[in-house]
Design a protein around this ligand. Structure first.
Ligand code: F6P
Length: 528
């Protein structure tokens, strides 16, 4: 693909940016009474209002032309058909295939229909989760398991952790916990108060080589042993999800408790696969199927709607407008419910691991900025933490407000939080005049508001798939690969040498700073 920044579509946007510099969002609202009507979209219970942005219809047309120049529609269909869109690893990206309903036509990757295996492993995992919940799958004493602890990191943790917390009102009797950090403290906290004889561990690792996960998995097995679980009972206390069955088997996971995920699904896109086992166990198979159905409904919209009416495409393109034409470096996500408290972390991995790239698909250096720094926190708490900078700081930070209408909470709480979200978005956009400079708000600060009728499994599926496709849209424009992660792959091996030194091994050559820190750590290490 030619350098996107050299295309007529890109240059037209650069000119448009200069030509519209003097028009504020406030001016646009004053001049366009139908602005909200034109600049929002709704898919089932999810409404996306993108009218509070520095855009007009002309901006959207230019952005759509940019997407067409970048061949976004063709790239979308390549994902849908299971083509090897992840070129550096020679793999397809099968997250949408994971959400297909039973009557879907085949998806062929390298000439083979991938759906039968996807379905078989999903059904096995769902059946396992339902048997755990009902107690049909029990411990050696015939007693039901009371707790499931997921051990995994990155995409083998964040998606399921986020979704399980979001769907807390749908939880069954089984309690689910998560441990990702290898510092030991998180696992200890997860295990506090649990009965080893009634606890099952789900080991989630696509590669089954991630050192953090293996460290915690061994610690979990020791904890079970110390808790009186006999050697012959141990396999009953473990399940594993991996693309490498042999490695899970080598750890001692019984064949019937091993669930496969396809190589063509990246960790950050994998909550829809058996990596979602903790979510399945938390809410049961019926709700998990509704979650998949929500994801699929968003796929159908994304793969079929014209770009101007396509929500993931529009949100992704507006993100490019700020990133590449306004110099915005970050993008904030603020869900106005404690239930979605882990959403910013999930989206942070999704977007930053996908779009934190500096070469194109053909290996050329990119000619523009790529992925935004994704960050955020739950509302209303964030208003009392970082919103000052959003309102009066010098940086432009586009914000996504995510606001559920119906949650199980009392009306006064739901209305209070929603009122705050709407007020913040309005204030960011309108600003406020005041003779005192420190009380002045310049306004013209953009945001999207995603209004969610009910935070149920289906709508959560819609929301998560929306962001997955938004991420893809941006990568398609930049011609980068959103499905590999060589940067973090390298990180997996970086610590090995230093670890052997901290363990008392021979000193290795380092810069003076690193050498001094290693020496100081060894001096102060009480367990040495
Ligand atoms: O941090 C890098 C990464 O490869 C992520 O992409 C992935 O989600 C995580 O590690 C966990 O990997 P695995 O599932 O193989 O343990």
């Amino acid at each position: 693909m030619p350098d996107i920044t050299q295309t007529a579509a890109w240059q037209a946007l650069a000119r448009h940016r200069r030509d519209t510099a003097g028009i504020s969002i406030r001016d646009r609202f004053a001049a366009e009474p139908d602005r909200f009507a034109r600049m929002h979209g709704q898919i089932h219970g999810l409404l996306a209002d993108y009218s509070k942005n520095r855009i007009g219809e002309d901006t959207l047309s230019l952005l759509v032309s940019l997407a067409e120049t970048a061949r976004l529609p063709q790239k979308m269909q390549a994902v849908r058909r299971g083509e090897p869109v992840n070129a550096s690893e020679g793999r397809p990206a099968l997250h949408a295939a994971l959400r297909l309903p039973p009557d879907a036509p085949p998806v062929c990757a390298s000439g083979e229909n991938v759906l039968p295996e996807i379905r078989r492993e999903r059904e096995r995992a769902l059946d396992f989760a339902d048997r755990l919940i009902s107690g049909a799958y029990a411990n050696a004493d015939g007693l039901p398991f009371t707790d499931l602890v997921n051990i995994g990191i990155g995409g083998s943790d964040l998606g399921a952790r986020m979704a399980a917390a979001a769907l807390a009102p749908y939880h069954t009797r089984l309690r689910v916990h998560f441990a990702a950090n290898a510092d030991g403290a998180e696992l200890s906290a997860a295990l506090a108060g649990l009965d080893p004889r009634r606890t099952l561990f789900a080991l989630a690792s696509k590669s089954f080589t991630t050192p953090e996960t293996l460290l915690n998995a061994h610690a979990a097995r020791d904890w079970l042993r110390q808790g009186g679980v006999g050697e012959n009972e141990l396999p009953r206390h473990f399940a594993a999800v991996s693309a490498h069955a042999e490695a899970a088997a080598a750890f001692g996971i019984a064949a019937e408790n091993r669930f496969a995920m396809p190589e063509g699904v990246g960790g950050r896109y994998s909550v829809w696969s058996p990596v979602g086992l903790p979510l399945m166990a938390a809410v049961g198979s019926e709700h998990f199927r509704a979650f998949l159905a929500g994801g699929h409904a968003m796929d159908e919209h994304f793969f079929t709607a014209p770009l101007r009416r396509n929500l993931p495409a529009i949100l992704g393109l507006i993100g490019i407008w700020y990133n590449n034409f306004h110099g915005a470096q970050t993008h904030a996500v603020v869900p106005y419910t404690h239930l979605l408290r882990h959403l910013p972390a999930h989206l942070q991995q999704l977007d930053m691991e996908s779009n934190g790239k500096s070469v194109t698909q053909s290996g050329e250096p990119v000619a523009c900025d790529t992925g935004s720094i994704f960050w955020g926190g739950e509302g209303v708490n964030s208003q009392h933490a970082f919103f000052q900078l959003l309102h009066q700081g010098t940086r432009l930070v586009p914000v996504d407000f995510i606001v559920p209408v119906n949650t199980p909470e009392a009306a006064q709480n739901r209305r209070f939080t929603a009122a705050n979200a709407f007020a913040q978005a309005e204030a960011l956009m309108l600003g406020k005049t005041d003779p005192a400079p420190h009380r002045r708000f310049e306004g013209n600060r953009p945001s999207n508001t995603l209004l969610i009728d009910r935070l149920d499994p289906f709508t959560l599926g819609l929301l998560i798939a929306l962001y997955e496709h938004r991420t893809f849209v941006q990568a398609a424009v930049w011609d980068t690969n959103p499905f590999d992660q060589w940067g973090v792959q390298y990180g997996k091996t970086l610590a090995q040498t230093i670890l052997s030194e901290l363990d008392g091994g021979e000193n290795r050559p380092h810069d003076h700073s690193t050498a001094a820190l290693i020496a100081r750590f060894r001096q102060q290490d009480k367990s040495a």
